[in-house]
Design a protein around this ligand. Structure first.
Ligand code: DDK
Ligand code: ZN
Length: 410
């Protein structure tokens, strides 16, 4: 087992853990993770980035979950993880709703069916494919009227398994749409003019694995032919400068691009669906966490997209709204310059397909809890993303669609 020597300036102790005793900076800690999960958690907190690359990965076999041999960081992480898996009956607040909690994959499948059954005229369930472990990939289609030639938007969540707030957002969005259509003018205007395709869990195998085995898992669970390492990063598997920058051809890497573009059934299902619907789909949203950013193409190159300025303006407006309503800061810009160069991403691919309004949202937080965002943060995190999504979509409708009301009299 490796022992890592980690300088504490890599950690943001002050903001990372509220309940911990004060720790002096510039202290050298000796940390011995005992399981792969602990290694992954260390990477999470040490780099403050959606994927870690400072610490070497340790390929030793997983041992049963045990107490950690170093103080401060991980005892609390275990508690955090437990808290997130709690359901209502053990929730001390008692009154939280379904949408203010995280859910298992089985719960989400149940919710999908239930949502369709309760709203038979407005919600359709579309099976677009299945995962490597043969879990179904369901898209919800929200269609609140049957105007001919209606445009549509796409939203996917849960490309990355550990980004639980992302999947929580997709559920939140559906609830908001069904509950506030004809009450809230923004969502009403959006749904009057657009259908919505929502994929709440693009990576069901990985998501399940984060509930059963390793909370910090990112990739899918595909078995490799050339290695004993598992999983492809689905957000490096799309056909956009595939595997050139910010991606790895090593199956053991967290950003493994797979064997060829769309080699994975999950990314292939999404790509096929969007190719089939590209004439109607005007907007693409992919929801991730964490780091509070509104990103748009390109991430796979430093070149600017054709409509860079338009996208920048849309993202800027959205970030301003979040700041005004929720007093929270989101960075915005082209992916390559705002977060990092990364090829094979779904947003760049969708953009090149012709969906000129293509965004990746990185939701809360900015590193304190990282992927382990407590459930009590779900409402604000989702409302921030909802505000951004609505702001952008309303402007796109305004720019691209003729007014729907009766034609003005001469
Ligand atoms: O996939 C990533 O590493 C993050 C989300 Se965790 C997004 C990077 C920018 C968009 C890539 N197309
Ligand atoms: Zn992600």
């Amino acid at each position: 087992m490796k022992t890592f020597l980690v300088f504490s300036f890599m950690f943001n102790f002050n903001t990372l853990l509220r309940t911990t005793e004060c720790i002096e900076t510039d202290q050298v800690l000796s940390i011995t993770p005992k399981t792969q999960e602990q290694v992954d958690i260390l990477k999470n907190v040490s780099t403050q980035r959606p994927y870690g690359n400072l610490l070497p990965s340790n390929s030793s076999k997983r041992r049963p979950r045990s107490t950690y041999s170093f103080l401060v960081l991980l005892p609390n992480a275990n508690e955090l993880i437990e808290m997130q898996m709690r359901n209502d009956s053990s929730d001390p607040r008692g009154s939280t709703t379904f949408y203010e909690r995280y859910h298992t994959l089985d719960d989400i499948y149940f919710w999908l069916n239930r949502t369709q059954q309760d709203n038979p005229s407005t919600v359709k369930l579309i099976l677009i494919g299945s995962s490597s472990e043969k879990q179904p990939l369901y898209v919800l289609k929200l269609s609140l009227n049957d105007r001919p030639n209606k445009k549509a938007m796409w939203i996917d969540c849960g490309i990355h398994a550990r980004e639980w707030i992302s999947t929580a957002f997709c559920l939140w969005f559906v609830r908001h749409s069904l509950l506030f259509y004809s009450q809230n003018p923004d969502i009403t205007h959006i749904l009057d003019n657009m259908d919505v395709y929502i994929l709440p869990v693009m990576n069901p195998d990985g998501y399940k694995y984060t509930w059963t085995t390793n909370r910090m898992w990112r990739k899918n669970r595909a078995v490799s032919k050339s290695s004993s390492c598992i999983g492809v990063d689905l957000n490096r598997n799309f056909d956009a400068e595939w595997c050139t920058v910010g991606a790895s051809d090593d199956p053991c890497s967290e950003i493994y691009c797979g064997t060829f573009p769309e080699s994975e059934p999950e990314s292939q299902a999404v790509a096929k669906f969007l190719r089939r619907h590209k004439d109607s789909v005007q907007l693409y949203f992919s929801v991730h966490s964490y780091s509070q950013m509104l990103l748009f193409p390109y991430s796979c190159t430093l070149d600017e997209a054709d409509n860079h300025n338009e996208l920048l303006e849309l993202a800027q407006h959205a970030a301003q709204k979040i700041r005004r309503f929720y007093r929270n800061t989101y960075k915005y810009g082209a992916g390559a310059k705002t977060i990092y160069l990364a090829s094979g991403g779904s947003d760049d691919w969708a953009y090149n397909l012709g969906i000129k309004y293509s965004f990746t949202f990185e939701l809360q937080d900015s590193g304190r809890y990282g992927f382990l965002l407590p459930p009590s943060y779900i409402p604000q995190a989702c409302n921030e993303a909802l505000t951004a999504l609505k702001t952008i979509t309303l402007k796109v409708i305004e720019k691209t669609q003729a007014p729907t009301g009766p034609p003005p009299a001469d």
